[in-house]
Design a protein around this ligand. Structure first.
Ligand code: NAP
Length: 519
């Protein structure tokens, strides 16, 4: 039997009792680790975070915390091979691991740099300018931000076991708030490995990071107004947690990153042979296949001018036909399995719903080739492209098949119509406008921005350097409206400040400047 995953609480590793449940390799079905659903000792974790981790972090200035993050990033970089190797058990190819592992470590580097460049070498942050409130100038005010005194509870989704942990931990750490990391069960073995390397490094103050590998027990009941919860996962879980009685009662800050039916639109001018036509096709195939489509930012709805639908269909099918599905350990394989057989079932269920409105035009989950692996034991699916002739149907705008699945939707070639369909996603993480027509781009961006946390304009001029539709960048906002969870993570220093309290300090100039440092 493999090892039971352990929690790191109150300065020591704790092995839960019982035999736990099996976590299987996505490709072979072999046992990788065991996971206990026994509740962790939430009381001890919180106490340790508040009494030990928080004061230790607050003793450091922003710059000192940034320096610790940089050292940690360097330390973890030396272990990327080990992380990537274990990452294959989640179904990740080398390309997928790079997104999760290197991407996660990259977030640490960015926050380290931003902390040094954009935050002061101080314990609090001055926010805006001093306001003169009296005619005589003896009474002024200044906003300032101080770190919250509680714990940052971080509940992560299964699809980014490394990036998910690090992108939440970095801003909280930089703000001076200790993290309680709750990984998703299915891929928690990879989170635990990275976490172990963090603790072994000795680079972070005791109590500043703890790992909760198991059921959360009464954790949420114990939170108070100084704690925060950052959640990533499905919309139903987000809804359940955000309405938790104790969180509502204590106005505990709750940030959710949830489902998202992201759109990409092809401009009406982008006929076959234009760079934008090719970019649209390649981007769609990339988004369908990276991490086998298990990305909250993947393109689920591809809006195509009706006049170009046949051409786009043919080009996407041609490119999808080159995708090899199979064991991610094999060089020739471009797309690995989903994380588990259970997740495959879930995608097939969603696919059935999508097929009420659309027709699969590429990929048959019953008949496809698997390279180098047993198709029965691994959670394999082919990329599945659907075409929905009636874009007014509800299904493509509401059903998220969290796998290698996208739907082509025709529109009449006007930005007005395309934007109306984009908004039917009821709030998404990201949208892509692939066009070289400035009027179309302007109209699409202005019309769809209120529904999106990020918009990506792709054309011949930026394609070479574009970081892509599906990559949340630590410098940029990730998250936002409606169905996408209503939250906001990342975004550079913005997300550090989420872990602080803004307070208006009023008084005489001399007293107020004790904090703002002005003269
Ligand atoms: P999930 O089933 O909602 O689980 C997410 C996390 O919540 C897991 O750690 C899970 O723990 C935990 N959880 C479940 N019930 C809980 C409860 N009652 N109390 C405390 N924690 C609880 O989601 P998932 O299947 O892991 O992830 C897939 C979904 O996440 C997709 O819908 C995708 O769109 C979304 N996602 C969104 C983003 C984003 O940034 N917006 C990023 C990635 C994924 P266990 O694993 O132990 O059950």
């Amino acid at each position: 039997m493999s090892d039971m995953l352990r929690s790191y609480i109150d300065g020591s590793w704790r092995t839960p009792g019982g035999t736990g449940t099996l976590l299987a390799d996505a490709t072979t079905g072999d046992e990788v680790a065991r996971w206990s659903t026994e509740p962790v000792d939430a009381a001890a974790a919180l106490e340790h975070a508040r009494r030990v981790g928080a004061p230790a972090l607050r003793e450091l200035t922003f710059h000192q915390r940034a320096a610790a993050l940089k050292s940690l990033a360097k330390h973890l970089s030396a272990h990327t091979d080990e992380f990537s190797e274990l990452s294959t058990s989640t179904g990740a190819t080398r390309r997928d691991s790079a997104v999760d592992v290197d991407g996660g470590i990259g977030v640490l580097f960015v926050y380290a740099a931003k902390g040094t460049r954009e935050l002061p070498d101080a314990h609090y942050h001055v926010d805006g300018d001093e306001e003169q409130l009296g005619k005589g100038g003896t009474f002024v005010a200044q906003h300032g931000r101080t770190p919250l005194r509680g714990a940052a509870v971080q509940i992560n989704a299964y699809n980014f076991p490394v990036w998910g942990m690090l992108e939440k931990l970095a801003p909280a750490f930089l703000a001076g708030v200790p993290s309680l990391v709750k990984p998703a069960a299915r891929t928690a073995y990879l989170t635990e490995l990275v976490f172990r390397r963090i603790i072994e490094s000795g680079l972070v103050p005791e109590g500043s990071v703890q790992l909760l590998a198991g059921g959360v027990g009464d954790l949420l009941d114990r939170l108070n107004e100084q704690d925060t919860v950052a959640f990533t996962g499905s919309a139903p879980t987000a809804q359940r947690l955000r309405t938790h009685e104790n969180l509502v009662r204590g106005s505990v800050r709750f940030n959710a990153e949830a489902d998202s039916l992201n759109y990409a639109v092809l401009g009406p001018e982008a006929t076959p042979g234009s760079p934008e036509f090719d970019l649209f096709v390649t981007q769609l195939v990339t988004e369908m296949t990276v991490k086998a489509g298990q990305k909250c930012t993947a393109i689920r709805r591809a809006l195509v001018p009706s006049a170009l639908l046949a051409d786009v269909t043919a080009a996407v099918r041609e490119e999808l036909s080159t995708v090899t599905v199979g064991d991610p350990r094999q060089e020739s394989v471009r797309m690995g399995p989903l994380v588990s057989l259970g997740q495959r079932e879930e995608v097939l269920r969603s696919l059935k719903g999508l097929c009420e409105a659309g027709t699969p035009i590429f990929g048959d989950p019953e008949r496809f080739e698997v390279t180098g692996a047993d198709a029965e034991r691994g959670a394999f699916l082919p990329p599945v492209l659907l075409r929905c002739e009636d874009p007014d149907r509800r299904e493509p705008h509401e059903i998220e098949a969290f796998g290698p699945v996208s739907t082509l939707l025709p529109y009449d070639g006007t930005a007005e119509r395309a934007a109306a369909y984009a908004a039917r996603g009821a709030g998404s993480l990201v949208g892509s406008v692939v066009s070289n027509d400035e009027d179309f781009v302007r109209e699409m961006v202005l019309a769809t921005a209120p529904w999106h946390g990020r918009l990506h304009i792709l054309d011949r001029d930026d394609a070479e350097e574009s970081t892509g539709h599906g990559s949340p960048m630590p410098q940029l906002v990730h998250g936002r409206p409606g169905r996408a969870g209503g939250g906001e993570e990342l975004g550079g220093v913005r997300s550090v400040l989420h872990y602080t309290q803004r307070t208006a300090i009023q008084g005489s100039p001399a007293k107020v400047r004790l904090f703002s440092g002005g003269s």
